[in-house]
Design a protein. Structure first.
Lengths: 863, 369
């Protein structure tokens, strides 16, 4: 039986490692710098000694006797001939040396002060916690930096300097590591505490190494190249250097070599140990590989984005995942994802054999890994994993019984997690149901793209298969698409209609005459079950009403709202009010305000009345209805949709000429020096502001002319007023004039000396010379206009590409500061230390996703 | 806790009255709905807040400066401003104040303009037409601009007083002649004195670089570029000190306390997001602001701020500077109690949030029977 209750790690304590401990945890002493002998076997007492574990398959560890994956390795140690300072503790040692007497070894604080500081530390701990407690010791360290006399034995203190990174000198005389170690040995536990070393953590002299632990072979595996040559890990290289130097130092010491040679070797040993620990210290030349590449030693393994911390501990590699291109799949559900058969046969789900599914699972096993739906592996009750092959199939089928686990292929309806990077919010990973489709991409419904921020221009997405019952249950009930309909950012549905869905719904709402034949076909295609009253023709809203459940009452403005002084609601002459009573549309049209992604108020309402599953259903129906209606009606955009009538064109021209005159006048005024400056601005700035406002006004006027003239059945108009894509203003940009290009709130005022482009005279202040585009996109831009337009385009491009990493770092920082903050059982919001951040979440304890736009709307709720 | 707010009770009562329903029943229903709307224990509200604020960051502009209003003031907006707030920088790149005035001043545009001119920091260079140096007599001549003097309501005497602290100064026919006290100085030194004189503070409040009277909700306020809350608050004659604010979080914290700083952070984030047309629920902003100020002083979301004060070594190490964190932990015999999220992720254990929050408690059977 497998162990059901696992032990839990309760806490991890960080300490200094004592030489005694190093010896105790080690299985051997490393003495030989040689790795392998002539026959290619590891040398005994060398760095690859199999006592420290094995990396080659087939070999057995000589300490514990287990094979490669079972043995987690054993430490060895090197007995250093002379002590060596640990780089990362050099600063601590420096402070200890300066803080203690060079004679008696006591801290350079008078007894009274010691007591005072100890009290201060306790006080700080009581009031502000651990961090503050140690902050006091930093203060003491700083204070003792320049103490000149020992208050205990009255000895004079010489100035101690650090010779970076690991050397020390007293009064400019070098202190050897042995001297340093002796001084540290003299320190009492209490003095250590005052200088910021917890006596429970260890002794200060341990910061000067006498034994060096050698990490097991598994930590630094060697790679066998294709040529049969062995390539050793960086750490092995470095350790080799250390052992070699160390052995030479031993030999010279035993031989009684002159002091200079010993000192040189000692320094070399110090260098090797330093770079073994950290190879990026300033003032230490980094140790290099033969190829010239700096070695990646211990601290580099931990550090940075690619280091152990962030690469392997905070995030881990997984099995049972897939990744390909995504493509749109209109006909599958919003909470489904289309998977190619190839993926489905590789990703499996472990299913435990029970009385009820034995028959069923036997069928899968019979099919094997090659035939869908089959199974790839079988796990026996004693934990053995057997691959199903043609040879083993028969045996497995026979022995298959209760307690076995079959890793079967995925089938329709299994669940998976679907994800697109960058995963900026929790809706970037959601749980979908699997649907096997005959393509080689992941298919997804268009409605579910907004939470992922996905499109189909080549985006790839990831998919994971949860492997345990708990994981599956959590995924299904907490991460399913229908539970994530509302974004916690502002409490509105993030999943909804997009683009063509909205166009279709708009046109359908406006259609007054739909023959019965078409109406029934549409409803059938959308899978709406309903009984239409028998009529010859139907209004579009009648058909749409069939999809809306009974309980829905809705009354909101549409996006085309003209913002009249007083809203006439359903009597609106612009038809800008959507009213639904008891599930029946009374007036208006369905637009992005009602069902759009990120804005849909109607969707929000449905969610509250009927829940997520029903909402998914509804969305599915109306999107299909809309798309099939578009199929029936046809929808396209023509160049002629941006045409203007002659009169309007003239009006536009007049406006443009008018603007030209106006700006001319302003310029004349400026040249004469009559222009009065705005408060807090220079005259020149005022001129800029005036010119900018004039051109802006003109653009608005032109926009109005175009909007007035545009027909209601113009496709561009339809898209803009349904909220599908684009704004009405943009029609003006195409047909009439693009207008002033502004760069960071001002006109384009740089480039060449006194002019933006060489096509203009120096000092020309006219709009044309500073980025005013008179023509529309369709009419075509003049070369200078084109340049100005390209300038803005480039600026935007730069902006986006510089913004992404900046906002990414901001998000990482925010997540890191806030990750431990969660709601407790007593409704308080606390961080991991139990510190209260808020007494009640958001001052009212309301969950944004469950609220009415972040509030408890009494009227809305009680309706 | 778990109580309805007064406002909601009031609204519910009104609703009951309007629709002729039983007040008690309505209130009970509202209470029940409120219970349903509450956050569930274990909800990782911190991460949700971080995501809700980080995700719109990708949509913000990087353009640092923007013009606000008609008269236009350059203000830091968008992502750089958000970063600045979360960093809790000591000094914002564009410090600003909103000076509210007492009612008797707030409605009269002329009075407001006068006050605005009064608080604006005026240096000598702004009220002179010309500066010239007389090298032979080692003198500096300042040509005053009478128009500007009138505008800022300054009499030449005050200028003389300011100048006489360090030099000798005399006024003659609209020109101030300054003679340095030290005699026999070279041209270079004289030139240096000139540049110093031109920058001499004359009147107004130090640090206020620009003023802009602004109509907001029928009342006039003064928006200023440059912030000096302390000195503005001293002008109790016309400044409404209960409403006047600054966007400098540290200034607010030191002058008005940590709660005021918390509100400033919230207000500034909301304003920056609104300017970009982005919607974020206030709860998220409040939570970030609360974590930044919970310790009693303003701390940024950096390795020197909030993260430095995390109890867990591993959480700190996983953010930035892991080596330093680990070695400091070793020296201090620090125990990581694995109470946070990332520590448990690291060692493959269930995280203490969400569905990982509930624990089983076993009751020991009493030995009596």
């Amino acid at each position: 039986m497998r162990k059901i209750i696992r032990d839990k790690i309760g806490s991890i304590t960080f300490k200094l490692m004592s030489p005694y401990f190093i010896k105790k945890m080690s299985v051997m002493k490393v003495i030989s710098p040689e790795l392998y002998d002539e026959d290619g076997y590891p040398v005994e007492g060398g760095l690859m000694d199999p006592k420290m574990g094995v990396v080659d398959p087939g070999l057995r560890c000589r300490t514990c006797g287990s094979k490669v994956k079972e043995c987690s390795g054993h430490f060895g140690y090197i007995e250093l001939a002379r002590p060596v300072t640990h780089v990362e503790y050099a600063k601590n040692i420096y402070d200890f040396l300066r803080g203690t007497c060079n004679d008696c070894g006591r801290i350079l604080l008078a007894e009274t002060n010691i007591k005072k500081y100890l009290e201060e530390m306790e006080e700080a701990k009581k009031n502000m916690g651990e961090a503050a407690y140690w902050e006091v010791t930093n203060k003491i360290r700083k204070k003792l930096r320049n103490a000149s006399k020992c208050p205990h034995c009255k000895a004079k203190q010489d100035k101690i300097t650090i010779r970076k990174p690991t050397g020390f000198a007293e009064d400019n005389v070098k202190l050897t590591q042995i001297d340093v170690r002796e001084r540290l040995e003299k320190m009492s536990d209490e003095d250590c505490l005052l200088l910021g070393l917890n006596p429970d953590a260890g002794r200060p002299e341990w910061m000067v190494l006498t034994l060096l632990p050698v990490p097991p072979v598994i930590v630094r595996p060697s790679i066998t190249l294709a040529s049969g040559q062995r390539s050793e890990d960086d750490l092995t290289h470095k350790l080799g250097d250390i052992v070699r130097t160390n052995q030479r130092l031993w030999e010279n010491l035993n031989a009684g070599a002159p002091e200079i040679i010993i000192e040189d070797l000692w320094e070399l040993l110090q260098y090797h140990v330093t770079t073994f620990i950290a190879n990026d210290k300033s003032q230490v030349p980094p140790a290099r590989h033969r190829s010239g590449r700096p070695l990646k030693t211990l601290s580099e393994r931990i550090k940075s984005k690619e280091g152990r911390m962030r690469r392997n501990l905070a995030g881990k590699r997984v099995d049972f995942s897939a990744r390909t291109v995504i493509s749109p799949e209109t006909m599958i559900g919003i909470d489904e994802v289309g998977l190619p058969v190839e993926a489905v046969m590789e990703l499996t789900i472990p299913e435990r054999v029970t009385e009820w599914n034995l028959k069923h699972l036997k069928k899968y096993v019979k099919n094997g890994p090659e035939k869908y739906p089959g199974a790839n592996y079988v796990i026996t009750p004693d934990g053995k994993r057997k691959r199903i092959t043609d040879e083993t199939k028969k045996v497995i089928l026979e022995e298959l019984a209760l307690g076995y686990i079959v890793e079967r292929h995925l089938i329709n309806g299994d669940i998976c997690l679907f994800n697109r990077q960058p995963s900026l919010h929790k809706m970037s990973i959601m749980c979908h149901k699997i649907r096997i489709l005959p393509y080689k991409t992941f298919g997804m419904n268009l409605c579910v793209t907004p939470p992922y921020n996905a499109d189909f221009d080549g985006d790839e997405m990831n998919l994971h298969i949860p492997q345990t019952e708990e994981a599956r249950a959590e995924a299904k009930h907490l991460m399913s698409v229908h539970t994530q309909m509302i974004t916690p950012r502002y409490g509105l549905p993030i999943i909804g209609c997009k683009h063509d869905h909205l166009t279709g719904l708009y046109l359908l709402s406006k259609d007054q005459k739909i023959p019965r034949r078409v109406a029934t076909a549409l409803l059938a295609q959308a899978e709406v079950e309903t009984s239409l009253p028998v009529k010859k023709t139907y209004k579009g809203i009648e058909i749409l009403s069939q999809t809306i459940p009974e309980k829905i009452n809705y009354a909101e403005k549409t996006i085309t709202c003209q913002k009249c002084d007083k809203c006439k609601e359903e009597k609106c002459e612009h038809e800008c009010f959507l009213k639904i009573k008891k599930g029946e549309i009374k007036c208006g049209f369905v637009d992005s305000n009602a069902v759009g992604a990120g804005t849909g108020l109607l969707l929000k309402k449905m969610l509250r009345e009927y829940g997520g599953k029903e909402l998914v259903n509804f969305l599915q129906k109306i999107t299909l209805l809309s798309l099939h209606y578009l199929d029936y009606k046809g929808f396209t955009v023509l160049p002629s949709h941006t045409d203007l009538k002659k009169e309007s064109f003239k009006k536009v021209k007049n406006e443009l000429d008018d603007a030209k005159n106006k700006t001319k006048k302003i310029l004349e005024k400026y040249e004469k020096g009559q222009l009065e400056s705005l408060p807090g601005r220079t005259v020149k700035e005022t001129l800029e502001v005036n010119l900018l406002t004039t051109t802006r006004k003109t653009r608005n006027k032109i926009g109005r002319i175009v909007q007035k003239e545009i027909k209601k059945d113009n496709s561009l108009y339809v898209m803009a007023s349904s909220g599908a894509r684009g704004k009405l203003v943009q029609i003006g940009l195409m047909s009439a004039s693009v207008g002033q290009q502004s760069l960071r709130g001002s006109r384009i005022n740089f480039g060449y000396r006194d002019r933006a482009l060489p096509h203009f005279k120096k000092g020309d202040m006219s709009p044309e010379a500073h980025g005013f585009i008179r023509h529309g996109y369709k009419g075509g831009l003049t070369p200078t206009e084109f340049f100005f337009h390209a300038m803005i385009g480039r600026d935007n491009l730069m902006d986006t590409s510089m913004r992404t990493p900046k906002s990414g770092y901001l998000q990482r920082r925010l997540i890191n500061t806030l990750q431990d903050v969660s709601v407790n059982y007593d409704q308080t919001v606390r961080d991991s230390g139990g510190r209260i951040i808020e007494f009640e979440y958001g001052e009212d304890g309301i969950d944004v996703t469950k609220s009415q736009k972040g509030k408890l709307d009494v009227k809305e709720v009680l309706k | 806790m778990n109580e309805l707010s007064k406002k909601i009770i009031e609204e519910a009562k009104q609703y009951a009255k309007q629709n002729k329903k039983d007040e008690k029943k309505v209130l009970e229903k509202i209470k029940q709905i409120y219970q349903e709307m509450r956050v569930e224990p274990g909800e990782s509200v911190g991460i949700i807040a971080a995501q809700s604020l980080g995700e719109p960051g990708t949509q913000m502009t990087l353009n640092t400066k923007n013009l606000a209003g008609v008269a236009k003031m350059n203000v830091t907006v968008g992502l750089p401003r958000i970063v600045e707030i979360f960093d809790a920088r000591k000094e914002p790149s564009t410090p600003m104040m909103e000076v509210h005035l007492k009612p008797e001043y707030a409605e009269d545009e002329k009075k407001v303009q006068k006050i605005a001119a009064k608080i604006l920091e005026v240096k000598i260079k702004e009220i002179i037409k010309n500066v010239s140096i007389d090298l032979i007599n080692t003198k500096i001549m300042l040509d005053l601009n009478p128009k500007k003097l009138k505008e800022y309501d300054i009499i030449p005497k005050t200028i003389l007083e300011k100048l006489r602290k360090n030099h000798e100064a005399e006024l003659k026919a609209g020109t101030i002649t300054v003679t340095p006290k030290k005699k026999d100085i070279g041209a270079e030194a004289l030139y240096r004195i000139k540049t110093k004189i031109v920058e001499t503070y004359v009147s107004g409040i130090k640090g206020i670089e620009q003023v802009l009277p602004w109509k907001e909700g029928g009342k006039w306020i003064i928006k200023t570029l440059g912030s000096n809350l302390k000195d503005v608050m001293k002008e109790t004659d016309f400044v409404d000190i209960t409403k006047t604010t600054s966007n400098n979080i540290y200034e607010v914290a030191s002058l008005l306390g940590i709660e005021a700083a918390r509100n400033t952070i919230i207000k500034e984030i909301i304003a920056t997001l609104a300017e970009q047309g982005l919607e974020v629920d206030i709860r998220h902003i409040m939570l970030v602001s609360d974590t930044m100020t919970a310790s009693g002083e303003v701390k940024g979301t950096t390795r020197y701020g909030v993260i430095k004060n995390k109890t867990s070594v591993l959480a700190r190490a996983s953010f930035e500077i892991p080596i330093t964190n680990l070695f400091t932990a070793a020296v201090r015999n620090t125990q990581d109690r694995l109470e946070g999220i990332i520590e448990n992720v690291m060692i493959n254990q269930v995280i203490p949030a969400g569905t990982g929050l509930p624990r089983l408690m076993v009751k020991k059977r009493s030995k009596k029977k």
